[in-house]
Write a protein that binds this ligand. Structure first.
Ligand SMILES: Cc1cc2nc3c(=O)[nH]c(=O)nc-3n(C[C@H](O)[C@H](O)[C@H](O)COP(=O)(O)OP(=O)(O)OC[C@H]3O[C@@H](n4cnc5c(N)ncnc54)[C@H](O)[C@@H]3O)c2cc1C
Length: 479
């Protein structure tokens, strides 16, 4: 565990810090993520961004000097108190997103912003128990000074959604022992993106869990991934050594299994109080949901660019139906840009005095639809070309090259360039990596049906809409 409070990591230090005895399982075997070739490409990408934050070109927009230690720390951990500080935060988020081409949805900037949310929520936690508030504040500084990379696991294992934890306790993570020095937790969490690359996991419940009848299931805490008894069980990796997007940007998703894991008191942020957990769940995510939408905007822009290049490559860009689809995709990019600007302009002060962006709920409610349509449009435009492209070995073959240049080129594009473009498109919308990204966009903000129902239930202008409708009804003459 990194403990020297050295401020923002350099890439090599970050990689070395993951050799902490963690128990990561992949395809039936325990693995070392710092040397296993299925993990190293993504680890290298993450390490590269850690290095970037120290580069003369970018350090000013990714780091700030800690007033506590005097060391440079990540702007991802800045708790913004002013408009200028919020702007600095978003610029830093954009650097993380651009450096990972919008393909790593859970760059460390995301969870650092959840920790800022935890810090912001500390007074409410302190009202439950002063120690919880104190712990949340200390944890924020600890993560910030050590530049910790976090994952979170909120959902429960998908065993039986129709049962309750009282009759079937294994469906939720729970406290099985509480002592003077800490708690012992048992259970599992499904799922935690980035877990094998993270230093810590932050648990702050699942939306379905906090209202259940047994308070032992309400537990918020932070734990190092290397904690004894914590197992990280990864899904099958996408890296196949072929160098596609799945090889370079597989951020991994894992099941976290807590086998009677001891959590010291100093790392416990909330116990038992379901009402505070319910409120806090939304409060903690204010900054991270915004950075999540910044990343989604960047990804949609890439998809528009790819769709446009595909259309030009095969000479269909001027056909009206294709223009219609490209225009639809452009409208999603623009709606998101305008939505992000509005949400930012509605930034308001939180009770703790920080400046937080407005609600992203409406953008969260449409993200899955936008993403699915973007993928469908790329598939519609690319059609058979998404599968029928020459491999690098085909292109290198002197016997084949002539026919490939003749029949597999594009309108104004050679066969090699066209193959590269279509392969990226295929990675984005066809293969396991692309399908997982689409699933992520649909589900990562929680069940989209719940997100939409909540948007309606909490819509502040609903009364205004209803009053307009009543006015119209009242003025409608009876026949
Ligand atoms: C790629 C990916 C990465 C993710 N990364 C993370 C992460 O890092 N951290 C994290 O905490 N979470 C993560 N999530 C999990 C995400 O929060 C969950 O997918 C989401 O909360 C839904 O839960 P579930 O997937 O278990 O679906 P389920 O809850 O099992 O739902 C399955 C189906 O049943 C329906 N359903 C379930 N319950 C009800 C009900 N009571 N009434 C009516 N219908 C119901 C759902 O609508 C859905 O159609 C990730 C998800 C994906 C796909």
């Amino acid at each position: 565990m990194p403990s020297q409070a050295g401020g923002a990591w350099h890439g090599a230090q970050y990689i070395a810090s993951l050799r902490d005895g963690r128990e990561v399982w992949c395809d039936g075997r325990r693995v070392d993520v710092t040397s296993d070739p299925r993990f190293t490409p993504t680890l290298t990408a993450l390490a590269g961004i850690h290095d970037l934050q120290h580069s003369p070109e970018h350090s000013g927009e990714m780091l700030f000097r800690s007033e506590r230690s005097g060391r440079p720390v990540s702007l991802s951990y800045l708790a913004p108190g002013s408009r200028e500080e919020l702007d600095l935060k978003w610029r830093n988020s954009r650097r993380w997103i651009e450096a990972s081409h919008g393909q790593l949805s859970r760059v460390p900037d995301f969870m650092a912003n959840v920790v800022v949310g935890l810090y912001d929520f500390r007074s409410e936690l302190a009202a439950v128990d002063p120690e919880f508030g104190h712990n949340a504040e200390n944890y924020y500084h600890y993560c910030r000074e050590n530049d910790l990379v976090l994952t979170h696991g909120l959902g429960d294992p998908q065993i039986d959604r129709s049962s309750t934890p009282v009759t079937r306790p294994e469906i939720g993570l729970r406290v099985v022992k509480q002592g003077e020095d800490g708690i012992v937790v048992r259970g599992a969490k499904q799922i935690a993106t980035l877990a094998p690359y993270a230093h810590e996991v932050l648990i702050y419940l699942s939306p379905a869990n906090y209202l259940r009848e047994d308070p032992s299931f309400v537990c918020w805490f932070g734990a190092p991934i290397g904690t004894p008894g914590l197992r990280v069980v990864c899904r099958k990796p996408y890296a196949d050594g072929a160098g596609g997007l799945g090889s370079r940007f597989d951020e991994q998703d894992a099941m976290l299994v807590f086998d009677d894991v001891f959590i010291p008191r100093s790392r416990v942020f909330l116990l038992q109080d379901a009402a505070v957990a319910a409120r806090g769940f939304h409060e903690l995510n204010k900054w991270s949901l915004y950075t999540g939408q910044l990343r989604f905007h960047h990804r949609l822009r890439t998809m528009l660019g790819v769709a446009s290049l595909l259309a030009q490559a095969i000479g269909v860009d001027k056909f009206r139906e294709v223009g219609n689809m490209l225009g639809e995709l452009t409208s999603y990019v623009e709606v998101l840009r305008l939505g992000l600007a509005s949400v930012d302009s509605e930034s308001r002060r939180t009770p703790s005095g920080l400046l937080a962006p407005g609600s992203t709920a409406a953008l969260d409610a449409v993200a899955g639809h936008f993403s699915a349509r973007a993928s469908a449009i790329i598939r519609q435009i690319g059609a058979s070309g998404l599968v029928m492209q020459p491999s690098d070995a085909d292109l290198a073959s002197p016997e084949l090259r002539d026919v490939l240049d003749l029949y597999m080129c594009g309108r104004d594009m050679g066969a090699q360039e066209k193959a590269r473009l279509f392969r990226v498109a295929g990675d984005l919308v066809l293969d396991r990596f692309g399908m997982r990204q689409e699933l992520y966009e649909e589900w990562n903000r929680g069940d989209p049906a719940r997100v939409r129902a909540m948007l309606y239930a909490k819509y502040p202008d609903l009364e205004g809409c209803e009053s307009q409708a009543r006015g119209l009804v009242a003025r409608t003459e009876q026949p």
